[in-house]
Write a protein that binds this ligand. Sequence first.
Ligand code: ADP
Ligand code: MG
Length: 234
Amino acid sequence: MISIKNLHKSYVTGNNSLHVLKGISLEVEEGEMVSIMGASGSGKSTLLNVLGILDNYDSGEYHLNGMLIKDINETKAAQLRNRTIGFIFQSFNLISFKNAMENVALPLYYQGVNRRKRNQIAMEYLDRVGLKDWWTHLPSELSGGQKQRIAIARSLISKPKVILADEPTGALDSVTSMEVMDLLQEINNEGITILIVTHEHDIALRTQRSIKLKDGIIENITYHQSPYKAVASF
Ligand code: ADP
Ligand code: MG
């Protein structure tokens, strides 16, 4: 599903260049649930942004679902994102003046689906994440866990093959975090590939393996046989 080879990326600001990803190679199979760990500044979000076609890379190769993603224009990138990728963020990124249903429906608006139809589909996804009765509520009227469920429903509505989650539980208490992980687990069980950036060990333990980044390279990979039990590492 995801294949990157010797990927490098630098940020250039003025005369300064910061080499952030320094030769990352990684294969993620369809249906895997993988975590990306590492200290703040190690390049986790940068990697996720490249994988999500939100940002370019300098050298190496990135294939998504068999397609080489390199120097593609923004229109094409947006198309690929809409068709293939769902995003979940630590800060939920919901639109504050739209209610739960409208937030979930938003990706379908961009696909040109009419209001009646997209709201109907959004209600199905709200039901799926257990929030059907909350559809009229604005984000400010919802708890953190509820907001993240809304964001997850929004990420699912365009039927993505891959979900990229950047610290999805970073703003949640530990009980709510586990509930969000339960939901992501269910989604993964249906075959959607999931990559989760996290610096929380108990979140990482719920994924099949953890990729640990350090200063822009993969330091090690830890495999987890089942939730809460690490079995091997190198
Ligand atoms: P992480 O998510 O692991 O905390 P990031 O990928 O966000 O790390 O950042 C890696 C490094 O790149 C940091 O030093 C950060 O300051 C820098 N960085 C991130 N985004 C940008 C940007 N848009 N422009 C310049 N530097 C950036
Ligand atoms: Mg980050």
